[in-house]
Design a protein around this ligand. Structure first.
Ligand code: HEC
Length: 192
């Protein structure tokens, strides 16, 4: 049912790829997007590591909960970019994908199931959304070792399980294994 609704909203949005754009533009924009992802994920992982060291994974929940949105906002401040995270197995409903991201995630999930490695899954193009030209990029995030503290299966500690249940009653983001696609970075740059 959910899947059907997503498919319907993709159609309604009327995303249109514009293949006439120069490949150079896409390359340059993809480079900018890559730098933003590096900065966002580097800061986030640094904060996570420090918080886990200071008080265990339960202490670090607030980094993802409160700091991740703030770090994302800072990474795209004063620019035409926005960056966020989403997933096929959401923890927070605030990270629900827009139609474009949902379609990319669906594609990545199918490709991963067919044997492609999560770390290689990415998509970048210029599209028109509601009459505006935008660059869109979606890149899969593989599950790393540290992520298992809060997104793994049985290895997630009871205090973490309890805190997550309090904060995210509809949490789907558990049971991931090393290397599996945990979710995606999704970036948008308004071009005109
Ligand atoms: C200390 C616990 C913790 C650790 C460690 C952790 N996460 Fe999360 N993760 C969370 C919480 C809490 C949220 C919900 C954040 C929010 O409210 O926006 C979240 C959300 C996410 C999301 C956004 C989509 C969603 O489901 O809401 C992604 C993607 C994600 N985490 C990936 C990772 C990756 C990759 C790692 C390892 C590098 C990682 N996380 C490590 C707790 C954690």
């Amino acid at each position: 049912m959910k899947r059907l609704m997503m498919a319907a909203s993709v159609g309604a949005l009327g995303c249109m790829a514009l293949p006439a754009m120069a490949a150079d533009d896409i390359d340059a924009l993809t480079g900018e997007a890559g730098a933003l992802i590096q900065s966002f994920s580097g800061t986030l992982q640094g904060e996570l590591r420090a918080a886990i060291q200071a008080g265990g994974p339960v202490n670090a929940i607030s980094v993802c909960n409160e700091k991740a949105p703030a770090i994302a906002a800072a990474a795209s401040a004063d620019s035409a970019w926005t960056i966020g995270r989403s997933s096929h197995k959401l923890r927070s409903p605030d990270n629900a994908p827009d139609a474009y991201t949902a379609a990319a995630i669906e594609d990545f999930v199918a490709r991963e199931a067919a044997g492609e490695a999560a770390e290689t899954l990415a998509k970048a193009e210029i599209v028109e959304e509601n009459g505006t030209r935008v660059f869109r990029m979606v890149k899969a995030i593989p599950t790393g070792e540290a992520c298992l503290n809060c997104h793994g299966g049985d290895e997630v500690k009871p205090d973490v399980v309890a805190r997550l249940a309090e904060l995210y009653p509809d949490d789907m983001a558990r049971g991931f294994a090393l290397g599996q696609m945990r979710g995606v970075f999704t970036l948008t740059k308004v071009l005109d």
